[in-house]
Design a protein around this ligand. Structure first.
Ligand code: NAI
Ligand code: OAA
Length: 351
């Protein structure tokens, strides 16, 4: 190769993948550093969620925790050439290591449904798991935002609140039940109906995260689609039963994992963007609320640097939605109380 050819080779413009990789690294370098923990990282949701968080440039440290299987997931993810540094911890004696210094903790730990079960049937196992993990959070990262995926969300979020209250670390603005998958489903189904791409769709979903407590506000969906009452009712029921649709299709092999991982990664990204000071970040989330007479309720919220900044109102409901709102209250109230009573009873010992 002569001198000119060597010089040309040296000056050859870098290719697209290289540019993308450099841009990712630059974004990550200029972004605030966030440590994110996934508790239940070895599971059906935990693994793809951990991968999606590994790809998020706002994450500097990704902490993977589970009672089993974490080293394999961590070794695997550590070979992805993104900036987030992966660490892993296994079992309660390593929980402190997993949580120390975390800004955001996402919890998909616990058992999933099998066909024929309700989410509430998971309470007996998952309530204690969430309680134990939240006791750890109150000790090792009491200022972290906490996003709870473990079912039954209608009860596990009140459980977390009670644990934090007992420990004196409760900040209602930073405790978020992840109901985003209901919004993803509502958007996917509405987009099909409206004949547009889901990115152009908005559908608020309020209430809770189980059966009839899931209340999609189709009258407020955009773009507008004129739906007869029976069609709107059928679509509302499809959204309410969408989790069961997946449980049945998986026929005993668990519940939604990939769509949930996607929803949680998007939700986590919103939390990190808000934490970093970006404004106008909105999500639907199940939080402590005074929008209704129930102590916890999912609505649209605006996230700010310190957690929930504004809680959206319900807006105008049509007759069908108003009927459903009244109908869901008894079940949701019962699930909330069940969570509160569980912690008060001291049934699950602290770890
Ligand atoms: N909020 C929502 O929209 C959704 C919630 N879920 C819920 O998410 C939970 C997890 O579902 P999958 O990932 O499919 O279940 P999975 O069984 O595949 O994974 C759960 C993981 O949690 C781990 N785990 C159990 N006890 C633990 C503890 N004490 N500390 C840390 N990790 C622990 C298990 O070892 C396992 O790796 C279930 O409760 C499910 O109902 C599922 C889909 C949607
Ligand atoms: O249905 C389940 O058990 C899991 C879940 O919460 C969902 O997919 O919405």
């Amino acid at each position: 190769m002569d001198r000119i050819a060597r010089l040309e080779a040296h000056l050859r413009p870098i290719d697209q993948p290289q540019v993308a990789s450099i841009e990712r690294q630059q974004t990550a370098m200029s972004a605030p550093k966030a440590k994110v923990a996934v508790l239940g990282a070895g599971g059906g949701i935990g693994q793809p969620l951990a991968m999606l968080m590994k790809m998020n440039p706002l994450v500097s440290d990704l902490s993977l925790y589970d009672v089993v299987g974490t080293p394999g997931v961590a070794a695997d993810l550590a070979h992805i050439d993104t900036a987030a540094k992966v660490t892993c911890a296994t079992g309660p004696e390593e929980l402190s290591k997993a949580l120390y210094g975390c800004h955001l903790v996402i919890i998909p730990a616990g058992v999933p449904r099998k066909p024929g079960m309700t989410r509430d049937d998971l309470f007996n196992i998952n309530a204690g798991i969430v309680q134990g993990l939240c006791e750890g959070i109150s000790k090792y990262c009491p200022k972290a935002w906490v996003a709870i995926i473990s079912n039954p969300v209608n009860s596990t979020v009140p459980i977390a609140a009670e644990v934090f209250k007992k420990a004196g670390t409760y900040d209602a603005k930073k405790l978020l039940g992840v109901s985003k998958l209901d919004v993803c489903r509502a958007k996917a189904f509405w987009a099909e109906l409206a004949g547009v791409i889901p990115a152009k769709v908005d559908v608020p979903v309020v209430g809770g995260h189980a059966g009839v407590t899931i209340l999609p506000l189709l009258s407020q969906a955009t773009p507008k689609v004129d739906l007869a009452k029976d069609k709107a009712k059928a679509l509302m029921e499809r959204i309410q039963n969408a989790g069961t649709e997946v449980v049945e299709a998986k026929a005993g092999k668990g519940s939604a994992t990939l769509s949930m991982a996607y929803a949680a990664a998007e939700f986590g990204n919103s939390c990190l963007r808000a934490m970093a000071g970006e404004s106008n970040i909105t999500e639907c989330a199940y939080i402590e609320s005074n929008v209704t007479d129930l102590p916890f309720f999912a609505t649209k919220v605006t996230l700010g640097p310190d957690g929930v900044q504004d809680v959206g109102s319900l807006g105008r409901l049509n007759e069908l939605e108003q009927e459903n709102l009244e109908a869901l209250k008894a079940e949701l109230r019962g699930s909330i109380q069940k969570g509160i009573d569980f912690v008060a009873s001291g049934k699950a010992g602290s770890k």
